[in-house]
Structures are given as C-alpha cells and as structure tokens.
Design a protein around this ligand. Structure first.
Ligand code: HEM
Length: 127
C-alpha cells in the first residue's frame, strides 16, 4: 500500500472517487442530473482543493460551501447523502493509500461534510 504524497496521488484518488460517485445510486444523480457537472472543469478544481488541504499548497481559490447551495435548492442534499459521500470517500482512500496524510484526507473530509450538511439544513429551514 502506498503513502498519499504527491499531486499525482491526489489526481488518482479524486479520479477514482468521482468515477464511483458518477455511477452511485444514492448521490450520483446530484452530479449527473441536478448540477450536470462538467467533469473536465470539476476534477481539476478538486485536485487543487485537496492539494491545498493536504499539502498546504494555495492552489485552490474558491468557496467550497457556496457551490452546494444552488444544488441544495433544487434537490435537498441531506445528512444521509453526506454520510454516503463520506463512506465512498473513505473506501476510495483506504483502497489505495495508507499513512498520516491518507488518514487526514478522511478526517478532514468528514469534518467538512458534517459542516456542509448542517449549513445545507439551515439554508433549507430559512427558505
Ligand atoms: C452528497 C454530498 C455532496 C454533493 C451532492 C456535492 C455536489 C457537488 C456539486 C454538484 C458541485 C459543483 C460541480 C460543478 O458544477 O462544478 C460540487 C463542487 C464542489 N464540492 Fe461537493 N458535493 C458534496 C459533498 C462535498 C464534500 C463533503 C466536500 C468537501 C470535503 C465537497 C467539496 C466540493 C468542492 C471543493 C467543490 C468545488 C467548488 C468550486 O467550484 O470551487 N463536496 N459538489
């Protein structure tokens, strides 16, 4: 098993994850039908996002929360969806990598997912 230690590793991880997500019965439709994601655009953003979070590279410039509110307005992204996102992410990390950075990828994703789930819920209540 390999350490998660380079930009190439992140690209591999993110590509593997979104391959699963795109065909996933529980959350795939948010990407393919609700947001109709342009993968050529989305994937490089996700490489930069993870590079910034895990290696402190300031390559991601964006607001990770903001992109989710318009999706959440069309179809509610609820706690079980986030729990499933985390399950797929954890599986994908653990299938391919080990070590401190791999653990941080799981830990940080879980924290963000929980915060995001909370913010999406509040946004729906305030509507
Ligand atoms: C079920 C849960 C989730 C759904 C359905 C979802 C869906 C989406 C969608 C549709 C986009 C927009 C893609 C585009 O049109 O370019 C997006 C962007 C993004 N998502 Fe998620 N997401 C989820 C959870 C998460 C989590 C947990 C994280 C972080 C750990 C995350 C991080 C991001 C980032 C960084 C972007 C790019 C924002 C930008 O364009 O700067 N998402 N997500």
């Amino acid at each position: 098993m390999k350490l998660l230690e380079s930009r190439e590793d992140i690209e591999f991880l993110v590509n593997s994850f979104y391959k699963k997500v795109a065909k996933d019965k529980t959350i795939g439709f948010f990407f393919t039908d609700v947001a109709k994601v342009n993968w050529d655009h989305h994937l490089p953003k996700m490489y930069s996002f993870w590079e910034s979070l895990l290696f402190g590279q300031a390559s991601y410039k964006g607001n990770p929360m903001a992109m989710h509110f318009p999706v959440n307005e069309k179809v509610a992204i609820e706690k079980p969806h986030f729990a499933h996102w985390i399950k797929l992410w954890t599986e994908t990390v653990e299938e391919n990598f080990e070590g401190e950075t791999a653990e941080a990828a799981i830990y940080k994703a879980s924290n963000i997912a929980n915060l995001m789930a909370y913010k999406m819920e509040i946004a729906r209540k305030l509507k």
